[in-house]
Design a protein around this ligand. Structure first.
Ligand SMILES: NC(=O)c1ccc[n+]([C@@H]2O[C@H](COP(=O)([O-])OP(=O)(O)OC[C@H]3O[C@@H](n4cnc5c(N)ncnc54)[C@H](O)[C@@H]3O)[C@@H](O)[C@H]2O)c1
Length: 347
């Protein structure tokens, strides 16, 4: 079997590849990482290729290619004939999507349409797609959010991801694509091996930013301390990246199984259901790292809502998925270990 991982040189994609490489269910599987390296890193691919050798798995193949290059996609499908695609390749900055919306619709939506066309042309009919829980929008919905709740994407990034979901649903109807779609909020933490982790440039996610403040003594701005939450700061749903990776593995297994009456496209939220406030994340960083974070209170940001957490009931029931590493201290410990590895290698 051959599995193609689009965006496999990025943060979540690389952890997904590691999970599959390490799994008994995917012995002797060929993994093809496809990435344009706009945000991914060749160093990450090398770590995965070394893991494959250590684990006695077939070589992990790397193809530098862009989703916007249909000819390159066609060649790649011709050469490797993937049976399943995991699609994680996307531009992911909400702020950038607001200033450059066209870039997001082109890269994310047109790119995904090209990928789906290559799949259709090469008779590859199984996809796991990493969507986002931001398709639900930033409004005060009932919490935790369930899959049937209203979809109201609040920015071009979220809208682009919803458009891709819709393209996948159309492909399911028109040419028999089978899909598992995951919606999740804040991927966080790092592999326990400390040689894979979050490496975004620029970094916009909260935990790496708090760690940076703690390590380099920079002041951290906390936007809003008067929300109706237990300590006044926003509550968000942080999922350890290895828990996301295990869900992606279960998604592939689900697609490979014959399940009577299974809908062609299945959508699952991946969440913790409870969430952590900004101040709780800061306290966890201070405890785990033994460092003080200097905090300054800033005004609320437009569009932020008090609480965003996703239900995991459907993923638990249908896939047997359970977050195992998503307690905040484990997330912070692994993220900190990775940060130290990064700092050492960049000295
Ligand atoms: N990080 C999060 O908290 C989060 C939350 C919800 C959903 N997601 C989704 O998960 C996926 C992975 O996110 P991530 O945090 O690992 O991001 P990332 O930026 O680390 O990884 C994305 C990868 O896709 C590649 N890529 C982007 N555009 C491409 C193109 N046109 N052709 C080929 N490769 C391309 C990048 O080089 C990068 O390696 C994304 O689809 C994102 O929408 C992420």
């Amino acid at each position: 079997m051959t599995i193609l991982i689009a965006g496999g040189a990025g943060y979540i994609g690389s952890h997904v590849v590691l999970a599959l490489l390490s799994s008994r269910n995917f012995r002797k599987t060929k993994f093809v990482i496809m990435d344009n390296l706009s945000m991914g890193h060749l160093e990450i691919v090398k770590v995965l290729q070394d893991c494959a050798v250590d684990l006695g798995q077939p070589e992990v193949v790397f193809e530098k290619a862009d989703l916007l290059d249909s000819a390159a996609l066609d060649l790649l499908f011709e050469r490797h004939k993937p049976d399943v695609v995991l699609h994680l390749a996307a531009k992911i900055s909400v702020a950038e999507s607001v200033t450059h919306p066209a870039l997001y619709f082109s890269n994310n939506v047109t790119g995904s349409q090209n990928l789906l066309l290559a799949m259709k042309n090469h008779d590859c009919k199984k996809i796991v797609f990493s969507s986002t829980a931001s398709v639900y929008g930033n409004i005060d919905q009932a919490m935790p959010i369930v899959e049937s709740q209203a979809l109201m994407p609040a920015n071009p990034y979220a809208e682009s991801k919803l458009n891709i979901e819709q393209e996948i649903e159309k492909a399911s109807v028109s040419w028999g694509l089978k899909a598992v779609i995951f919606r999740f909020f804040n991927a966080s933490g790092a592999s326990a091996r400390a040689d894979l982790g979050e490496w975004h440039e620029p970094e916009t996610h909260l935990i790496p930013l708090i760690l940076e403040s703690a390590i380099h003594g920079k002041t951290l701005h906390v936007y809003g301390s008067d929300y109706p939450t237990r300590d006044g700061t926003c509550i968000r749903d942080y999922i350890h990246v290895d828990d996301l990776a295990s869900a992606h593995e279960l998604g592939v297994i689900r697609l490979l199984k014959t399940v009577p009456d299974r809908p062609a496209t299945e959508i699952f939220n991946l969440g913790t259901e409870h969430g952590t406030s900004v101040l709780e994340v800061i306290h966890s960083v201070e405890k785990i790292c033994g460092l003080k974070v200097s905090v300054s209170s800033a005004a609320r940001r437009d569009g932020d809502t008090a609480v965003l957490v996703a239900s995991n009931a459907k993923a638990r029931e249908v896939l047997g998925w359970k977050p195992m590493l998503s307690d905040m201290d484990t997330i912070v410990k692994t993220a900190y270990d990775w940060q130290k590895t990064m700092n050492k290698s960049h000295q």
